[in-house]
Design a protein around this ligand. Structure first.
Ligand code: TXE
Length: 469
């Protein structure tokens, strides 16, 4: 185990040719990320190819034992990792943020290590016997985003490793240090060359997507980048798991209790200051309880402290980068100009350092307003009034993305009926965005394809093989 400074030094560039990474809360320098080139990437892929057969030969039990040790290593360095994540990404240590993210890394590693996966007997009728097995793919490329950089990396690589693959990780250029540190710590337990990270721009990273030695890409990011990866991976017919974000709807039915749901609605939308793929990004509330929901949500939101992530009191932080800040600011500005009513926030303090955008709730807004129809990916939630459940379902299904959604009601059977009508990979009831390593997660429509987590998530990192006879 290393101290924070030792960990940062060991992953940082010391040649003077690195790229400075700045804290989005203060503008201060956090460290220098290495800038890896194509040659470095080729060496990492070669090392992965060389390390993979021995790793595969360990079998499930052997690999599980090593992955559990990697989870222990993450836990031993949890505080140092959380601190670096907070400084680089901006998210506070407390709340469902940096410490939570690091503990989720350990939890997902343990789950991927221990979920049983036995060969399935497909037919056994006396004449024919067919079994379904899952073989390693080889080398997996993991391309990740900046919002949950450590956790999403683990979502991608833990099942890959468990299934006997090697992995090469390409983190977002906005948050390379967090991922470099995570992998440095995990590598305390893993064999050399099996897992490596390329800290590079997207041009070098894109090489993973057409590299003949890479069998599968795990990708989480924007729909546009996902489409580019589909195209560039076509010539080598790579397997793909694509998690492309969305614009999740929540539908509050007329029988819901506004006070009882306000806190969960808030965190469903504002977890990680809204920078979450499966966060609630459009809230549809029945007209009978519209005012009451707006009022209760405003009360909860107004009490949530936002500020520097290293301050133990804060539970909301800055936007991670200027581009995302501008997206949120422009969408809210346009909503205001359209006549929508700002219940809270909406007025950023531009004098303050950092990309802080205040917690913002916008009511009396049309469904076709860009703050509703485009993904804001930040702390600004539009609340839309509806009159009939059919109308709410139609609006919820009206976009070409469908990652998550939620239905809020005191009547569980009624909520389930509405849930079944929504086009999304997951529909939560009376909660939103709550992921669990045992439960598969993936998108509908242009939110992507392929399942992560659970036994389905393991299968997605293997090549199915039928033994017939
Ligand atoms: O994502 P990109 P960005 C959404 C969110 C945000 C927008 C842009 O709305 O505003 O995406 O964020 C790599 N071949 N989400 O620019 O561009 C890239 O280097 C290979 C939702 O960060 O998708 C980075 O490592 N790699 C999302 C990663 O892909 C490529 C979380 C993501 O970059 C590539 C983050 C290519 N052609 C942002 N193009 C979610 N699902 O949660 C890009 N990359």
């Amino acid at each position: 185990m290393e101290t924070y400074d030792e960990l940062l030094t060991s992953i940082s560039d010391s040649s003077g040719a690195g790229r400075a990474i700045f804290d989005p809360a203060t503008g201060e320098k956090v460290g220098d990320a290495p800038v890896h080139d194509l040659e470095y990437l080729e060496r990492a892929v070669d090392a992965a190819v060389a390390a993979q057969p021995a790793w595969a030969a360990l079998g499930h039990e052997g690999r599980s034992a090593v992955l559990l040790k990697a989870a222990d290593a993450v836990e031993r360095s949890a505080e140092e990792l959380a601190r670096l994540l907070s400084r680089e990404q901006g998210k506070p240590l407390n709340g469902p943020n940096a410490r939570f993210e690091v503990s989720a890394c350990a939890a997902w590693l343990r789950a991927a290590a221990t979920i049983p996966l036995e060969p399935e007997t497909v037919v056994d009728d006396g004449e024919t016997r067919a079994e379904l097995h899952y073989k390693p793919i080889g080398v997996v490329g993991a391309i990740g985003p900046w919002n949950w950089p450590m956790m999403i990396t683990v979502w991608q690589i833990a099942p890959a490793l468990r299934m006997g693959n090697a992995a090469v990780v390409k983190p977002s250029g906005n948050t390379p240090l967090s991922v470099l540190a995570l992998i440095e710590v995990m590598n305390e337990a893993l064999p050399e060359g099996l897992l490596s990270v390329i800290s590079c721009g997207r041009e070098v990273g894109a090489r993973l997507t057409d590299h003949p030695a890479i069998g599968k890409i795990m990708f989480t990011g924007s729909t546009a980048a996902g489409k580019a990866i589909i195209k560039s991976s076509a010539d080598t017919v790579k397997r793909l798991t694509l998690e492309l974000g969305g614009n999740d709807a929540g539908i509050v039915l007329p029988d819901a209790d506004p006070k009882a749901i306000a806190q969960d609605l808030f965190w469903g939308a504002f977890i990680n200051t809204g920078q979450t793929c499966a966060a609630l990004k459009r809230l549809y509330v029945h007209e009978d309880i519209y005012d009451a929901v707006c009022e209760e949500l405003t009360k909860v939101a107004a009490g949530m402290p936002m500020g520097n992530g290293l301050d133990e009191n804060n539970v909301l932080g800055p936007l991670q980068n200027k581009a995302q800040y501008d997206v949120v600011a422009n969408l809210v500005e346009a909503a205001k100009e359209s006549g929508a009513k700002v219940l809270l926030g909406g007025n950023p303090n531009t004098e303050q350092p950092g990309y802080f955008y205040p917690t913002t709730l916008v009511a009396d807004i049309d469904n076709d307003n860009p703050l509703v129809s485009e993904e804001q990916f930040g702390p600004a939630l539009p609340i839309i009034k509806y009159s009939s459940v059919d109308e709410a379902v139609e609006k919820a299904n009206g976009l070409d993305v469908g990652l998550g959604a939620s239905v809020w009601s005191t009547n569980l059977p009624a909520a389930r009926e509405v849930a079944a009508r929504i086009q999304a990979g997951t529909v939560w009831i009376n909660k939103h965005g709550v992921v669990d390593p045992r439960i598969p997660f993936g998108g509908a429509k242009q939110s992507g394809y392929g399942l992560e987590f659970g036994v389905e998530g393991l299968k997605a990192l293997g090549i199915p093989q039928i033994i017939n006879g």
